[in-house]
Design a protein around this ligand. Structure first.
Ligand code: ADP
Ligand code: MG
Length: 503
């Protein structure tokens, strides 16, 4: 728990032609469970494998094959639930969701409609320092993914790749508590961050490992309050569901255009049809995929091939004991232990690797200085070359070494940047590089005095000017720094220049 006091952000108001409107958004996020094997078979889940090479008989729905539940996937769902402070249901059950599609050879998907494994939880979405919204989680259920139909490889044929068939998904369903498009994206970012900390989903949206169905409706100011008081959906507008969004940018854009479409309909005297829509990023519009009337009747029924799933409280407790420190807790600790600002702590805890790296650099050193070097120098440099944290050529030990040299006054900030560049591009021990290349700061006042005397002697005209305008002392400081190759201690130079010029 973040022990800061949070204020809920105001819902975003959109001005229509006639009225003001507010947005109401609920997300169904499909997160692929990180697991080597599928939910009901031992087949591999490796991404990018040769098509149809990771398919067990049960995934291909061969006659007589029976699913066997993968305990690890169940543990991952429980871990996720615990990470979202959710209720874990010791009894859950699987249902068949029947529909026909070429990439679903069984003719049904095994899911959990009536008794999901995880119940109510919450996600704190921060929208700025001290401003955040708690988004309630309604449920998380386990289900199988479908395969992939490929229509663009041949003009006359379609292909199917069943590698993804049967891979475990968690469907994480939020309550309609999200009140703007930025909040929706921030919610997905936060959820993904938590899943990655937990190690239950890699959150890779490009590979489709995290995708969201976005439900959008509009209401008049005050209506949401009435919904909140009663939890009665009648106070809210009719929602449309935008399917399968796999980028933060598209989620935001789709919500904006969908809200405007609904406002135009309602202000024009019409009413919104509850339907499933698709977002077209090229045209920046949503298009109807199917309306409620044409919605599938999935004829859900309890899956006869699987016993109800019963787990023990002791097993859940063991998983709870093994949870890692989660983002909110880590951020609070970083702010407290290292005196970091809200912003710096957020940046450093955005992913586990960065947080661990920072902590190694900051351990036993000045936390703020360490944060400054990790964020501004290292992250800045990595970003320039589109590198991630794990590709950093500078280890935490090396960066810590640079911070030590600065703290001891061995090198100036300017030299430290040069040193960082050497370590980044060529590697090596920072202290040894400083020794070998004579980069140590000159704090020997005798040497600095000699340099100052020399410059005063060589520049009588400048000396006259500075007597009239003491601000010109900076010029002398610059000359001394130049003469010493930037290695003179700037504070000492300033003092000696002022003294010698009798300013
Ligand atoms: P279904 O099973 O038909 O998809 P759910 O009750 O599971 O319906 O709701 C799906 C999602 O729609 C949930 O995330 C929920 O928060 C969201 N939702 C429900 N009503 C609204 C609404 N009026 N506006 C926006 N989102 C909504
Ligand atoms: Mg749904």
């Amino acid at each position: 728990m973040l022990d800061l006091t949070f204020e809920a952000p105001k819902p975003k108001v959109i001005a229509g032609a006639q009225h003001d409107w507010e947005l109401v958004i609920g997300l169904e996020v499909h997160a692929q469970v990180s697991s080597n094997a599928k939910l009901f078979s031992g087949a591999s889940t490796r991404f990018g494998a040769e098509p149809n090479s990771n398919v067990a008989f049960v995934d291909a729905a061969m006659p007589g094959m029976l699913p066997v539940i993968n305990e690890y996937c169940v543990a991952q769902a429980v871990r996720t639930g615990l990470g979202l402070k959710a209720a874990i249901n010791l009894k859950s059950a699987f249902d068949r969701k029947n529909y026909f599609y070429p990439d679903l050879p069984q003719g049904y998907q095994i899911s959990q409609l009536y008794h999901p494994i995880v119940g109510e939880g919450e996600v704190l979405v921060e929208m700025g320092p001290g401003v955040g919204r708690v988004v309630r989680i309604e449920r998380i259920h386990l289900e199988q993914d479908a395969g992939k139909s490929i229509h663009d490889m041949d003009p006359n044929m379609s292909f199917v790749d069943l590698n993804r068939t049967g891979v475990a998904l968690m469907e994480i369903v939020s309550r309609p508590d999200i009140r703007g498009s930025e909040e929706a994206a921030a919610y997905v970012v936060k959820l993904r961050q938590i899943l990655r900390y937990l190690g239950t989903c890699d959150g890779n949206m490009q590979n489709g490992n995290l995708r969201a169905d976005v439900n959008v409706s509009i209401c008049r100011p005050g209506d949401y309050e009435r919904y909140w008081q009663t939890q009665d959906f009648a106070h809210l507008g009719t929602r449309c569901e935008i399917k399968n969004m796999n980028s933060m940018r598209f989620i935001q854009a789709a919500i904006e255009v969908e809200a405007r479409r609904q406002i135009a309909i309602v202000e024009g005297g019409g009413s919104v049809d509850q339907e499933t829509r698709l977002y077209d990023p090229d045209k920046a519009e949503t298009r109807s995929m199917r309306s409620k009337e044409e919605a599938h009747d999935y004829r859900y029924f309890p899956c006869p091939d699987l016993l109800p799933l019963e787990i023990e409280q002791g097993w859940v407790d063991d998983i709870a004991d093994s949870l890692p420190e989660l983002p909110d807790a880590k951020k609070t600790r970083f702010m407290g232990d290292f005196g970091l600002t809200d912003y710096d702590a957020s940046v450093l805890t955005a992913d586990v690797d960065s947080a661990a790296y920072f902590e190694a650099v900051a351990q036993g050193r000045d936390g703020k200085l360490a944060a400054n070097w990790v964020i501004n120098e290292l992250f800045g440099r990595l970003k320039k070359e589109y590198h991630t944290m794990s590709e950093s050529p500078v280890s935490a030990d090396q960066l810590g070494g640079i911070v030590d040299l600065i703290t001891r006054g061995d090198i100036s900030g300017k030299i430290a940047k040069e040193l960082f560049e050497i370590v980044y591009t060529q590697g090596g021990d920072p202290a040894r590089i400083v020794d070998e290349r004579g980069m140590k700061q000159v704090t020997d006042t005798g040497a600095i005095e000699a340099a100052v005397d020399q410059i005063i002697a060589d520049n009588p005209a400048q000396v006259e000017k500075v007597q009239v305008n003491p601000k010109l002392a900076g010029w002398f400081v610059g000359q001394v720094m130049k003469a010493t190759g930037g290695k003179a201690n700037p504070k000492a130079v300033n003092q000696i220049v002022a003294k010698k010029l009798a300013l």
